[in-house]
Design a binder for this molecule. Structure first.
Ligand SMILES: *Cc1c(COP(=O)(O)O)cnc(C)c1O
Length: 416
């Protein structure tokens, strides 16, 4: 029956049950560091995963577990580990399968923080190589027998280029490589990467899943389908007896708990509340984004518009094939110069100037001077970041108000 639920119904009823003890309709916030058991024997069993239960919130907690189960259902995986941030999710997801001497291959147009993280990992002997276009042909130029992870985003942030997940999953699996997709910008509303063959999916749940910018957190959901080869992934060997749960078991029993990457129970609760309206919010935000992007394109007031839902976008055909219900809620515009970009941003009445996406409110940022300020000029260009680029995370306001606001801001002469 669970499998037959449609998207919004599943958000409300998928892996969701009222609280066992009280009947509360949401799993309450179990704000407790530890959980008592009736005997030393029982606690021993809980610690050895031979009895259900909770021991210590750094390992798991009922409020967090309830949120994780709902996400597992939504993503179509076998298990989910919720983390303190999207970055903690990426760090743990990658480090769970690599060791010193291994290589990661990543798209050059990924989130700036992820590029910074992959740079940090170099000192630990993990090298990342980048490809401009994530295609089998370009991967062939950098993949070696040391490659253990291919990492890309469903919709690149902020280039808004779209990944052909099925094609890359087939490529990775033919070579025994674990394929991780960051689905933060697309969200499960547009696409469930595990259905297209990804081995693990990352979400920064700080964004659209939380939905109102109220807390930082991340998610790692495992497909359970990767065929582990113990010569290539020797650290996975002790967990292979767990079958489809090998990846998650290793994560939860090692790096995730040992790095203390857990989120707060209160954050899991806020995310569970946000999750229930993900479909409604995305439906509206995608509609607003398309309407706004079409308006930009016809306005004559901008030099370029980035949006995969525009018919002349190079990603239109792939997006239409891969995404079920829209093209996402992120739009970029280029306005000629950094000065004009700043002027437009400063004249907007509604859009908040913040380094965030996925809020119900419209947000804008000048990526080059902020989230990509550590990048090199070449790296930034490869990531689609230019001095005159403005990134817009379109919210759920009335789109007529957004259009009026951008129109007046773009028509303003710069005042400095
Ligand atoms: C925000 C973001 C992250 C990092 O998530 P945090 O929750 O801020 O740590 C990773 N990937 C993408 C695509 C993001 O937008």
């Amino acid at each position: 029956m669970a499998e037959k639920m449609r998207f919004n119904t599943a958000l409300l009823h998928g892996n969701m049950s009222s609280d066992e003890k009280t009947g509360a309709t949401m799993t309450p916030i179990y704000q407790s560091s530890a959980f008592e058991h009736e005997s030393a024997e029982k606690l021993e069993k809980v610690f050895h995963n031979t009895a259900p239960g909770f021991a210590y919130t750094r390992i798991n907690n009922p409020t967090i577990a309830s949120f994780e189960q709902r996400i597992t259902r939504l993503e179509g995986g076998v298990a989910t580990v919720a983390t303190a941030s999207g970055m903690a999710a990426i760090f743990n997801a990658v480090m769970n399968v690599v060791r010193c001497g291994d290589e990661v291959v990543a798209s050059a147009s990924i989130y700036g923080g992820t590029i910074d993280l992959f740079k940090d990992l170099e000192s630990y002997g993990i090298k990342t190589k980048y490809v401009l276009e994530v295609t089998p042909e370009s991967l062939d130029t950098v993949v070696t027998d040391r490659t253990r992870v291919i990492f890309a985003e469903t919709i690149g942030n902020p280039k808004l280029n779209v990944l052909d997940i099925r094609a890359i999953a087939d490529y990775a699996h033919a070579r025994g490589i674990f394929f991780i997709v960051d689905n933060t910008v697309a969200t499960p509303y547009l696409c469930r990467p595990l259905e297209f063959g990804a081995d693990a999916v990352i979400e920064s749940s700080s964004k659209y899943i939380n939905g109102s910018g109220s807390a930082i957190s991340g998610l790692i959901t495992d497909s359970g389908k990767f065929q582990w080869d113990e010569t290539r992934y020797p650290d996975m060997k002790p967990y292979m007896k767990m079958g489809p749960f090998a990846y998650t078991a290793k994560l939860r029993n090692a790096l995730f708990r040992d790095t203390g990457a857990c989120l707060a129970p209160f954050t899991a609760y806020l995310n569970s509340v946000g999750l229930e309206t993900l479909g409604l919010r995305m439906e509206r935000a995608c509609y607003n984004a398309l309407t706004l992007a079409e308006w930009f394109a016809s306005s004559g007031l901008v030099d370029a518009v980035g949006y995969p839902g525009l018919k002349d976008s190079p990603d239109y055909e792939l997006s239409t094939r891969q995404f079920q219900k829209g093209y996402g809620a992120m739009v970029t515009i280029r306005v000629g110069s950094k000065e004009r970009a700043f002027s437009v941003i400063n004249h907007l009445k509604y859009a908040l100037k913040v380094s965030n996406i996925g809020d119900s409110k419209t947000l804008v940022i000048h990526p080059e001077s902020t989230i990509f300020c550590h990048g090199t000029e070449e790296g930034n260009r490869n990531a689609g970041v230019y001095p005159d680029l403005i990134r817009i995370s379109v919210g759920i306001e009335d789109v007529e108000d957004l259009i009026e606001d951008f129109k007046q801001a773009l028509q303003c002469e710069k005042k400095f």
